[in-house]
Design a protein around this ligand. Structure first.
Ligand code: ZN
Length: 216
């Protein structure tokens, strides 16, 4: 049997072993994540929730995302917080994990986590911040998805991957053109584990945070 290496967050294209992040609110027929990215929050965001919620009921909807906080680009903090809370509530209701976009928004995530101890699991995608910041989040239902930053020597991503609890690890390609096999391959070298082991690890990690499985 060939091991499937799941890509837990990508913008590349829809495919059965990928969690494809929809570029808009139109669903596709393979696994997707859907949500309003902080960059694209506009005055209509509340009306868009209804569309999102109807798509979340589709069998191929696997996560809310990417949603989150951005201190560089996007509307005011209060709008970002309200939109995140509303979408995170949908994630909770539909028992789906959240794919988190967080750029200069750690303080907003911390506020959310304190207010919502029973939050849906959160996968912080494209992790590349200092390991100490990651360590401050491990006691929350926060998970880490590693992408192309793993390919750079001594990156924060590499350093945190070495220390990250194994049950918190996912891999992704995000908006890069890199193949997901290359990311797993690099992680395999860093962790000294085979590709098969890592494929099984992330598959089993997904099963601990979601009842929805797209392969067996
Ligand atoms: Zn992304």
């Amino acid at each position: 049997m060939q091991m499937r290496l799941i890509d837990f967050h990508t913008h590349q294209s829809p495919q059965s072993n990928r969690l494809y992040n929809l570029p808009n609110l139109d669903p596709v027929s393979s696994p997707f994540s859907i949500g309003i990215h902080p960059w694209y929050l506009n005055e209509n965001w509340q009306q868009q929730l209804e569309t999102i919620e109807s798509h979340l009921k589709l069998p191929q909807a696997f996560a809310l995302g990417e949603i989150g906080f951005d201190g560089i680009k996007g509307p005011s903090e209060s709008i970002q917080q309200a939109a995140f809370q509303a979408q995170a509530d949908l994630a909770k209701t539909h028992e789906l994990p959240i794919i988190l976009h967080c750029v200069k928004g750690l303080h907003l995530l911390q506020v959310y986590l304190k207010k919502n101890p029973d939050t849906a699991p959160i996968i912080w995608h494209g992790w590349n911040l200092k390991p100490a910041i990651a360590a401050s989040l491990v006691n929350y239902p926060v998970y880490f998805s590693f992408g192309k930053q793993l390919l750079y020597a001594d990156s924060n991503a590499q350093n945190w991957l070495k220390a990250c609890p194994m049950e918190k690890i996912f891999f992704e390609t995000d908006d890069s053109a890199v193949a997901i096999e290359e990311i797993y391959q690099q992680a395999s070298v860093i962790l000294g584990r085979s590709l098969e082991e890592l494929g099984a690890l992330t598959a089993s990690n997904w099963k601990t945070i979601s009842k929805k499985h797209w392969y067996e």
